[in-house]
Design a protein around this ligand. Structure first.
Ligand SMILES: *[C@@H]1O[C@H](CO)[C@@H](O)[C@H](O)[C@H]1NC(C)=O
Ligand SMILES: *[C@@H]1O[C@H](CO)[C@@H](O)[C@H](O)[C@H]1NC(C)=O
Ligand SMILES: *[C@@H]1O[C@H](CO)[C@@H](O)[C@H](O)[C@H]1NC(C)=O
Ligand SMILES: *[C@@H]1O[C@H](CO)[C@@H](O)[C@H](O)[C@H]1NC(C)=O
Ligand SMILES: *[C@@H]1O[C@H](CO)[C@@H](O)[C@H](O)[C@H]1NC(C)=O
Ligand SMILES: *[C@@H]1O[C@H](CO)[C@@H](O)[C@H](O)[C@H]1NC(C)=O
Ligand SMILES: *[C@@H]1O[C@H](CO)[C@@H](O)[C@H](O)[C@H]1NC(C)=O
Ligand SMILES: *[C@@H]1O[C@H](CO)[C@@H](O)[C@H](O)[C@H]1NC(C)=O
Ligand SMILES: *[C@@H]1O[C@H](CO)[C@@H](O)[C@H](O)[C@H]1NC(C)=O
Length: 892
């Protein structure tokens, strides 16, 4: 029913006029429905029975079909889909249900999508029956995401997740994968529990068809996530971070499409009731409101003692205030992403020998044309590994005939590949090998020339190694075989741009109510893990989806080391021992904002062994209007010795929500400012006796000289350095300015009345719209009909968005009610909307009100009102409002 309320977050950019032309297919975008038509989550009072509630519905003449039974110890309710009702009745029926005495709250079922993680590559080795291998293997854990987070150190102390039950809510898993159970599912297996809540055909809109088997060979996401947690030793030489954990998979996606909040609430509660010690989910949708039903459900599980990790989201490009549900729930650990320090490439393997010594393996990427089976000595055009114009000019006269060589050329920026190839071909070359000139990019394109019989490319590292050997006078012979009959190998090159720093795609907090989000970060960019066998067996993906499961595994290892699963303790030790990272977008060396990284990159070993425990994981000083003038926290010294602590402060960069010249929030990277807060502490140095604790008061002075209108978010870290070597950071943030009075949250340029057939242009005042008489049909409004349409651009989230219909024709025979000081005939169908993200809506007004009544023909205007952040829904003045152009509606 809400399908016609287009949620088009990505087009926010288009709507401020940068790329309006890009909205060439509006229908496509409109189809991205945020809710399941006619479906609602109904939470009952605690003592009410779900089964008997259907009887109550029948008695109240509400026909509904059961979607899911949500009667759990932490959430008592159900989800239903209204039956034999039109689109239009649904809102009325929902209203009726919410007024029933047994009902606590009714929510529409929002749809969350499978995260759009970047697929860097997917292996095809297994499919082709070819072995994959990694070039260097080591007895130690050298997998870079593990080294970055100290998982390697914790692992070498013997912690592997033994006995910890991790529930995963995702797309299912291919447990036939040799690294994920080799066909074993059930008690005693790596995946020992879980279920499929939806079935293959589920797409988010249709009715879920559960079965007990969470197997997935079509979506892939959950198999990648699972391998990050607990992949067993495999041909690529990596393992998951907690390979001895016991896993449960709760499948909430079919092969395509999204998943409803009711399914997600069911999955989390079932994972909880099945005895999961930790629950993790790399799923989300933009929100920023802790009141979302799924966020509320997860919050309750955390409060019941089970830590929940949820990916922060991949909407980093949208800048500040873009927290995602359910990661934005209170107590839920929202996980940001840093990029891997190494980029794993999937290459074809070949061998080379140096001075007739034994063969060594190297990886290469096929060019055009591909090599045949050949063994040739390597000859480098230049002995320099830094040459910018290798083979860009004709080669000197004394160049030997190159026909019996594999000719090594450094990739050039100064000339095209075909020119390099031509110059060596002029000297007889038939086989050429380029090596990359960049550690981060690895091109695969090689130009085609008739003289060239074979071409390929190796990494910068490989090229440099060879040139250095040749310079020492060694003879190198490369042995190439037809790539279709050769195994693949994974070779990594260092990421010198974002490696170890925050991934630009990682979503930013805080929430609209200034809660600190995200909590901390772990490696999510360029992560190698398992993939369903049918989809290639292994893959490198990028997203907070990859950072989140690693964090869940780290929770398992730390809980083993510390002997506790208490969510608050684990959040506090992980947050305070994490390593804050510098801002990747300039070279100032200043720390990245807390709303981007939370505590920073997780350091698992330090978190497992710290004996200094702060009483808070993070602090929000709120905005200026609700400023918290001082906060208290305590430091506990669990060590057997007295420790002297120095309390200090290090600032992070301040980021503006808005650009100076735009009223739409800035996209990443946000404008920054050097001004930072100062913090005063009740003590700057304390001695805390063994086993004791000490209370500290922190008094912040927000930065001055900032432009409040642009809503700057300042942040930083309280530092606690102990003589025992402990060095802790408590992240804090605050907003200068007022969330309540932030200007133009309802965008004056992009909130207007338009014609549904051309919704991005304002309709002239007094337009007469001739539309069909609205029917109680379940179909969405026809986009070919010129309905009067409300275009509403929100520059901030709102907990209540109203679109009311105001009569202008005194003679019209309508009854009105006063709502917030204005006489209205009712709300437009589908309004009001609760807990909206920052987005825009294109809502055709068909003549139908939210109570199913059609307005009589006549003259009206639409009144759009959004409740200001921290506003009181009962107070007229707490809304920002816009009156759209008057129009006439007549029924054809
Ligand atoms: C493994 O790590 C230990 C401790 O860091 C080191 O001494 C040892 O040499 C490493 N072993 C290998 C095979 O790299
Ligand atoms: C590289 O070539 C240049 C010019 O031919 C020569 O002067 C230099 O010694 C060579 N360097 C090495 C390391 O062979
Ligand atoms: C390798 O496989 C590809 C795709 O299957 C095919 O197009 C190509 O001709 C094969 N090359 C050789 C040398 O067999
Ligand atoms: C900020 O203040 C508002 C208004 O009092 C409150 O609702 C909100 O929870 C506060 N946020 C935090 C993080 O304390
Ligand atoms: C504590 O140590 C951190 C680095 O570990 C440093 O940035 C900070 O300034 C130190 N704080 C004090 C009060 O010495
Ligand atoms: C603050 O920013 C707004 C919006 O760009 C601008 O109109 C105003 O002049 C700025 N104020 C100051 C003091 O720079
Ligand atoms: C729209 O109609 C009203 C009332 O008839 C009139 O006062 C107003 O001038 C009209 N606006 C335009 C732009 O024609
Ligand atoms: C709405 O737009 C369509 C197509 O652009 C046009 O045919 C129709 O007349 C318009 N309706 C009104 C009321 O202007
Ligand atoms: C839609 O159906 C309801 C009853 O189910 C009725 O009250 C309402 O008038 C109908 N609306 C229209 C426009 O037909």
């Amino acid at each position: 029913m809400r399908a016609q309320l287009a949620l088009l977050p990505l087009l926010g950019e288009a709507l401020i006029g940068i790329a309006v032309a890009a909205i060439h297919d509006l229908n496509d975008v409109v189809a991205a429905a945020p809710t399941v038509p006619g479906a609602y989550i109904v939470e009952l009072q605690d003592d009410q029975d779900v089964d008997s509630f259907y009887g109550d519905l029948a008695a109240a003449n509400v026909e509904a079909e059961k979607r899911l039974d949500l009667s759990y110890s932490l959430f008592n309710g159900l989800s239903l889909r209204l039956k034999n009702v039109s689109n239009n009745d649904a809102d009325m029926a929902a209203q009726k249900i919410s007024e029933m005495p047994k009902v606590r709250k009714v929510w529409p079922v929002r749809i969350r999508n499978v995260p759009k993680d970047e697929v860097v590559w997917v292996g095809d080795g297994v499919e082709a029956g070819l072995a994959l291998k990694r070039r260097q293997e080591s007895a130690n854990d050298t997998f870079s995401p593990h080294v970055m987070t100290q998982v390697d150190k914790l692992r070498s102390n013997g912690f592997t997740g033994t006995g910890v039950r991790i529930g995963i809510v995702d797309t299912g898993v291919d447990y036939n994968h040799p690294a994920l159970g080799n066909g074993c599912f059930g008690p005693g297996c790596l995946f020992s529990y879980g279920t499929d809540l939806v079935g293959d055909a589920y797409n988010g809109l249709n009715v879920p068809v559960p079965d007990p088997d969470p197997y997935d060979n079509c979506a892939g996401h959950g198999t990648h996530v699972s391998g990050i947690i607990a992949a067993q030793v495999n041909e690529l030489g990596f393992t998951g971070a907690a390979p001895d954990a016991t896993l449960g998979m709760y499948r909430v996606f079919g092969c395509a499409g999204g998943s409803g909040d009711d399914v997600l609430i069911a999955a989390f509660n079932q994972a909880y009731e099945d005895g999961s010690d930790i629950i993790t989910s790399s799923i989300g949708g933009p929100s920023g409101w802790t009141e979302d039903p799924w966020a509320v459900a997860v919050q309750r599980i955390v409060e019941a003692g089970v830590p929940c990790t949820v990916s922060a989201g991949n909407d980093g490009s949208n800048g500040l205030f873009f927290a995602s549900s359910s990661a934005n729930g209170k107590g839920v650990a929202a996980i940001a992403s840093v990029d891997n320090t190494e980029i794993p490439h999937l290459l074809i393997s070949a061998t080379f020998s140096v001075d007739n010594s034994s063969e060594e393996v190297f990886g290469w990427e096929v060019g055009n044309p591909p090599y045949t089976n050949i063994s040739l000595p390597l000859w480098a055009v230049s002995n320099s590994t830094e040459i910018e114009d290798d083979a860009c000019s004709p080669l000197p006269g004394d160049t030997p005939n190159l026909s019996e060589y594999m000719v090594l050329i450094r990739q050039a920026n100064n000339c095209a590949v075909y020119q390099q190839a031509q110059n060596v071909a002029d000297k007889g070359a038939k086989n050429i090998m380029l090596y990359s000139n960049s550690a981060t990019t690895f091109l695969v394109y090689v130009s085609f020339l008739p003289e060239i019989l074979g071409a390929g490319m190796v990494t910068a590292m490989q090229g440099v190694e060879w040139v250095n050997l040749l310079n020492q006078g060694k003879e190198i012979i490369v042995h190439m075989t037809d790539q279709n009959h050769t195994s693949k190998l994974v070779e990594s090159s260092p990421d010198t741009q974002y490696g170890g720093l925050l991934s630009p795609f990682s979503s930013w907090g805080p929430t609209w109510e200034v809660d600190v989000k995200p909590q901390f970060a772990s490696p999510g960019g360029n992560i190698l893990s398992t993939y369903p066998l049918d989809l290639g067996g292994y893959a490198v993906l990028s997203g907070t989806s990859m950072a989140c499961p690693l964090t869940a595994a780290i929770y398992a290892l730390i809980s083993q080391a510390r002997g506790t699963l208490d969510p608050s303790t684990l959040e506090r030790v992980i947050s305070s021992t994490a390593s804050p990272k510098v801002w990747a977008e300039d070279t100032s060396g200043r720390l990245a904002p807390v709303p981007q990284q939370g505590g920073g990159l997780i350091q698992a070993f330090d978190a497992a062994y710290t004996t200094t425990i702060p009483s808070v994981a993070s602090i929000s000083f709120n905005d200026t209007a609700n400023f918290i003038p001082s906060a208290n926290f305590s430091i506990q010294n669990l060590s057997p010795n007295d420790v002297t602590y120095e309390i200090g402060h290090v600032a992070a960069i301040t980021a503006y929500t808005f650009n100076r010249d735009s009223i739409y929030p800035s996209f990443y990277p946000n404008p920054t400012d050097d001004a930072f807060a100062t913090l005063e502490f009740s003590e700057s140095k304390v001695v805390i006796p063994a086993g004791g604790s000490f209370d500290i008061t922190v008094t912040p002075t927000p930065p001055s000289g900032l432009n409040e209108t642009l809503l700057p978010v300042y942040s930083g870290y309280i530092t606690i350095n102990g003589t025992n070597g402990d060095s802790l950071f408590i992240p804090y943030l605050g907003v200068v300015g007022s969330m309540y009075s932030a200007p133009k949250m309802l965008d004056p340029d992009w909130t207007f009345l338009s014609n549904y057939t051309d919704p991005l242009h304002a309709a002239p005042e007094n337009t007469t719209f001739a539309v069909p008489f609205p029917s109680n049909s379940t179909s969405e409004p026809d986009t070919s009909i010129g309905y009067p349409t409300a275009v509403i651009q929100l520059n901030a989230g709102t907990s209540l968005l109203r679109c009311d219909v105001v009569p202008l024709d005194d003679s019209a025979n309508v009854t009105t009610t006063e709502v917030l000081g204005v006489q209205i005939v009712g709300s437009a169908l589908n309004y009001p909307i609760e807990y909206s993200q920052r987005t825009y809506y294109i809502s055709p007004f068909t003549g139908m009100l939210s109570d199913g009544v059609a307005v009589p023909e006549g003259r009206y205007r639409l009144l759009v009102r959004i409740l200001r952040i921290f506003g009181d829904p009962e107070k007229e003045d707490d809304y920002e409002s816009m009156t759209l152009a008057p129009f006439n509606i007549v029924y054809a």
